[in-house]
Design a protein around this ligand. Structure first.
Ligand code: WTA
Length: 777
């Protein structure tokens, strides 16, 4: 049975990726919270799934997935028979003081014999530890050097952060550069719709600039010659580096150019660039002059790009002529041309299209050109000086807009402001990755998504980190590319979405691993931990969203024992609450809707041009709280387990796609009369897109039509949103009031046909049998 559906109200998102067996729960597990205070024993289970169990025997093998079979468990398994289970909670902690004297703890000698980094399995007789009872204890050497070395330290800091947020955050913010300090109060908020307009402000009146904090401040601190960016091109052997001083020069030249063409503080700039160095350069240049960037992921179609251009009306679009991703050339400028033509029809004329000539993908001569509007980046930028005054802005002045999917077809323009976002992304980066100045950090996300904003550009660079920026695809020229890059740059912190890679290369430089974008299932977690990290590197499974600006729930490496698949505990200042459908806060072990009480500095402040939608989408469902749209389970030890979206949003390879967006693209096809889209489990992508399509009467099913429907979605949204499966539907299961019963569609899509539940309330129950009959046609 799936985690979320076992006891909760969240019947809609019972993700099979998150399996655990509640019947295997054991009460022999000791909470790390208790450990701190009471010297209780620690139990650890860190091994591939065990396939057969009886009192004395644990078999490992047949049910292991391929990735798990690649490594032999480093474990020695210690099996407790029922009579030998530890029962007393008042025992010494065998790891910290070696005083495990009780015969009940037969694993003590085994633990002592193994270095803690290779810590192993303690299996409790027939009650094999379930997922939630697995504890991976941090390597003491790692903890000793970590920013937060123990649960006690975390708790001290966390306690202060929620009891005295103003004091906690102003102490941290004081370490940044402010032209002028903020007024008191440090923050003000109203997160309760019943009390009026939703409003969040941090460090208001403080005058700063995030680009200054990223570049000038680090250079002033003596780090001008430190590498800011290692850029790795799509092709092997094509690379470049920029020091902090060189990066500043490039940013200033572009900033001067933007000013020269009339871009001023508060103006929007749309950036449609792949992962060239010019992408972070463009973001920083906008920030330097107080312009508001709106980065559009360069995988979006011209229609999506145009929609975003029309919404924020930029003076200029920054792009490049083309890019190679793997062996494929993508003509980005053609997409921009089409988008700008489209925008012009919607009263939005963009005067300038600054185009970087990426000649490894396409020559200048072969690039289509609109005279008078298009300008070659390299030709013009070099004419501008390499220093540029900073536009000092208020902490609450906007920094950027980033469109994200919601449950309607229209994307939401999430607006982040400057000061709180800066403090929050930099601080979460430092703690969640245990960042040290000697680290080389690589986040595989594209700057077109929030992860690339907060954790490729701003968070790391405010910390003066060395960041790897990779233009290409992880499987080109082969699937060892990621490890090639890790070894080449001696990457020590590697942050990615949970996608599986083939293992080879040394990866010895790795110190911390990070994961984001979707629930990481426990077996993938173990693979990441054991294979990628050689059982040496803690994993930061960071839960957060475009809206939250930075991590909200995340492990702090070295502080807490981890549980494979759990995002663990809240970051400083974050108060997650789990509520039931009536909005009542649930205590202790529970599952429900994940909300947050009180604001944190990195929270978004509004939806661009639509504050009402901001309030209704995020603050009305459960008055008094920010509602994330995610389901969550909290176990008896307080660990958080994300269970996926509870609204109509799908996470595909860490990209967030609204089912409504895909549906509206499908129904725009002349032969489609109705469509319903659901997410299904997908081995590689986390979730795949599964579309039920009803055709206009008389239109026959055909493979060509299937392809043409998929093409329509690719064209309107982008290739990453293409449905994995089109399921022909003579009709859709609807209630008598006409509401589509998505629950049933999800079950059909995942072929859980004996779990369809009660279908008698459907307007036409026969529809279900028709759908099943067509399932594999
Ligand atoms: C999902 C990406 C489980 C979640 C940063 C959230 C996660 C959505 C995790 C936001 C995680 C993100 N475990 N689920 N560690 N991190 N999610 O806005 O459903 O693109 O609501 O931001 O991704 O996606 P977004």
């Amino acid at each position: 049975m799936a985690a979320a559906s076992s006891s909760s109200c969240l019947a809609t998102h019972d993700s099979p990726r998150h399996k655990y067996n509640p019947s295997r729960n054991t009460n022999l597990y000791y909470s790390p919270l208790n450990l701190m205070n009471q010297n209780q024993p620690r139990l650890l289970y860190n091994t591939p799934r065990c396939s057969s169990i009886n009192d004395n025997y644990i078999g490992i093998g047949s049910s292991l997935s391929k990735s798990e079979r690649q490594f032999q468990p480093v474990c020695s398994l210690v099996n407790f028979q029922s009579s030998n289970r530890p029962r007393s909670p008042a025992m010494a902690d065998p790891l910290t003081n070696g005083a495990g004297s009780s015969h009940l703890l037969r694993h003590v000698s085994s633990l002592a014999a193994n270095p803690p980094s290779r810590l192993n399995a303690v299996v409790l007789g027939d009650a094999l530890a379930s997922e939630e009872n697995d504890l991976v204890i941090p390597n003491p050497d790692f903890s000793a050097q970590a920013h937060v070395p123990s649960p006690a330290e975390y708790l001290d800091m966390y306690k202060r952060s929620v009891e005295d947020p103003a004091g906690f955050w102003s102490d941290i913010a004081s370490q940044f550069y402010w032209k002028q300090k903020w007024d008191s109060p440090v923050y003000s908020e109203n997160m309760d719709v019943s009390k009026g307009r939703i409003n969040i402000e941090w460090f208001k009146g403080g005058i700063t600039n995030i680009c200054y904090n990223c570049l000038d401040a680090n250079i002033a601190a003596g780090n001008g010659e430190k590498i800011a960016i290692y850029w790795e091109g799509n092709e092997l052997g094509v690379d470049a580096t920029l020091t902090y001083s060189q990066l500043l020069h490039k940013v200033c030249r572009l900033a001067n150019y933007l000013k020269d063409i009339g871009v001023k503080k508060g103006d929007a700039v749309v950036i449609y660039l792949p992962m060239l160095m010019e992408l972070p350069i463009a973001m920083l240049a906008c920030a330097r002059i107080g312009a508001v960037h709106s980065v559009v992921f360069a995988g979006f179609s011209s229609e999506s790009l145009s929609q975003r251009i029309v919404d924020c009306k930029p003076k200029v679009v920054l792009t490049c002529n083309a890019v190679k991703r793997g062996p494929k050339v993508i003509h980005l400028k053609d997409i921009v041309d089409a988008a700008l033509a489209d925008s012009a029809k919607n009263d939005t004329v963009v005067d300038v299209c600054l185009t970087y000539a990426n000649e490894s993908a396409l020559t200048k001569e072969s690039t289509k050109w609109v005279e008078g509007r298009d300008v070659w980046w390299q030709d013009i930028i070099s004419k501008y000086p390499n220093s540029c005054d900073v536009e000092w802005v208020d902490a609450e002045d906007p920094l950027f807009l980033l469109y994200t999917s919601g449950s309607t077809g229209k994307p939401k323009g999430v607006l982040h402001t400057t000061g709180g976002y800066m403090v929050y992304t930099a601080t979460t980066f430092k703690y969640a990755f245990d960042y040290k100045p000697s680290d080389v950090y690589w986040c595989t996300a594209d700057c077109g998504w929030i992860t690339g904003h907060s954790y490729v550009t701003y968070g790391p660079m405010v910390n003066g980190a060395t960041v790897v920026v990779f233009e290409g695809a992880p499987n080109y020229p082969d699937s060892g590319r990621c490890w090639d890059i890790v070894d080449k740059y001696k990457v020590s912190i590697f942050y990615t979405a949970p996608t599986l890679f083939v293992t080879r290369y040394s990866r010895k430089s790795l110190r911390v691993l990070g994961s984001v974008g979707e629930p990481i299932n426990p077996s993938a977690w173990r693979w990441f931990f054991n294979v990628v990290g050689d059982s040496r590197c803690p994993i930061s499974d960071t839960w957060w969203q475009t809206e939250t600006g930075g991590f909200l729930i995340t492990p702090l490496p070295g502080a807490w024992p981890q549980k494979p698949g759990s995002a663990t505990f809240p970051f400083f200042g974050v108060q997650p609450v789990i509520v039931d459908e009536k909005g009542a806060e649930l205590e202790g072990e529970c599952s429900g809707y994940l909300c947050v009480k009180s604001s944190w500095p990195g929270a978004f402040r509004t939806l661009y041009g639509d504050h009402e939608r901001y309030e209704t989408t995020y603050f009305s469902a459960f008055p008094g709280y920010y509602f994330s749209g995610d389901g969550c389970r909290r176990d008896k030890d307080g660990y958080h387990w994300l269970t996926g979206r509870v609204d109509d949003v799908i996470n595909v390879s860490g990209h967030r796609i609204g089912t409504a967006e895909v549906e509206s693209a499908l129904v725009s096809h002349p032969q489609c009369s109705e469509a319903a889209v659901v997410g299904v489990e997908h081995e590689v992508k986390g979730q795949g897109i599964y579309a039920f399509v009803t055709l206009v009467e008389g239109v026959p099913y055909s493979d060509d039509l299937r392809k043409s429907l998929i093409m329509t979605v690719r064209k309107q949204i982008g290739a990453f949103a293409a449905p994995d499966k089109i399921h022909w539907a003579p009709g859709l299961p609807k209630t008598r009031s006409g509401k589509i019963m998505r629950r049933i569609l999800r079950k059909i899509a995942s072929r859980q046909l004996n779990e369809l539940g009660d279908t008698s309330t459907l307007a036409e129950p026969g529809v279900v049998d028709q759908l099943i009959a067509l399932a594999d046609s």
